[in-house]
Design a protein around this ligand. Structure first.
Ligand SMILES: [Mg+2]
Length: 227
C-alpha cells in the first residue's frame, strides 16, 4: 500500500507562540504556588529547577494532572484564567491554509496533554486544518521517546521518507530523525518574548510560510517500495 506524505506540526513554539506557556509556567504557576503555600519566590524556583532536572522530556512534564498533584494547585484552572494570552505565531494560519488548499494532509503532533490541547484549539480555532490531532498523552510516550514514533506509526501509518515534521525542540527532532524522518525543520523564534534560538543541527524556519519554498515531492509508488 502506498503510504501518504504527511505534514506534521508541533503545537507550542511551532504553530503557537511559546510566550503563553512561558508566562503561565514561569510567572503564574510560581505566583499561585507562593500565595497558596506561603513560601518564598526562591523556594518555588528552586523546586521548579529540581523538577525540571528530574522530569524534563518525560510525559509527566507535559501533564497538567501531574503538576496539579505535585504542586497542589489546579494548573488547568490557572491555564483557563490566562487563556486570552494564547496566540498563534505569525503566518500560522496562512501556512496551514495554503498546505490544505494544495491538498496536503496535515497532522498536529503535540506533547500538550488533552486538557491544554483542547483549551488551545478552542482559543485558536486551528483544529479544522488537521486530519489527525495527536497528543503524546494518547500515545503514552513523549515525543522525545523512540516509542512515541513507533506507536504513532503503528496506529497511523505514514510515508516516513517523504513526510515533513516541524518542531521547536531539538530533542524531539533528534528522535524523529532516529526514527527515519528526513524532512525536519526547527523554528528560529518559538517565543515572541525571547531572543532567537541559537542555530542547531536542523534547518530553521524564520517565518512559517518559508516552508512553502521547500516542499518535498511526494514519493512515487516504486520509491515507496524501496523503503
Ligand atoms: Mg514545541
Amino acid at each position: 500500500m502506498m503510504l501518504k506524505q504527511i505534514y506534521m506540526f508541533d503545537m507550542d513554539g511551532t504553530l503557537l507562540d511559546l510566550a503563553y506557556d512561558d508566562f503561565v509556567w514561569n510567572v503564574k504557576v510560581p505566583e499561585y504556588y507562593v500565595s497558596t503555600h506561603s513560601c518564598s519566590d526562591n523556594d518555588i524556583h528552586h523546586l521548579m529547577h529540581q523538577y525540571h532536572q528530574q522530569y524534563k522530556h518525560t510525559l509527566s512534564w507535559y501533564s497538567t494532572q501531574f503538576w496539579s498533584k505535585k504542586l497542589q494547585l489546579d494548573v488547568v484552572e490557572i491555564h483557563r484564567q490566562h487563556a486570552k494570552h494564547i496566540a498563534t505565531r505569525p503566518y500560522c494560519t496562512e501556512l496551514l491554509t495554503e498546505l490544505t488548499q494544495q491538498g496536503h494532509e496535515c497532522w498536529l503532533v503535540t506533547n500538550a496533554d488533552i486538557k491544554t490541547l483542547n483549551l488551545k484549539l478552542e482559543k485558536t480555532q486551528i483544529g479544522h486544518y488537521f486530519k489527525h490531532i495527536i497528543s503524546s498523552e494518547d500515545i503514552g510516550y513523549a515525543k522525545e521517546d523512540a516509542q512515541f514514533w513507533h506507536t504513532l506509526h503503528t496506529h497511523l501509518p505514514f510515508c516516513i521518507k517523504s513526510s515533513v515534521f516541524i518542531d521547536d525542540t531539538a530533542a524531539v527532532l533528534q528522535q524523529a530523525e532516529q526514527f527515519g524522518l528526513k524532512h525536519l525543520w526547527s523554528i528560529t523564534q518559538p517565543s515572541s518574548t525571547r531572543t532567537i534560538t541559537a542555530t542547531h543541527h536542523y534547518p530553521m524556519l524564520d517565518q512559517l510560510t518559508d516552508l512553502l519554498k521547500f516542499l518535498p515531492k511526494p514519493l512515487k509508488e516504486h520509491d515507496e517500495k524501496s523503503h
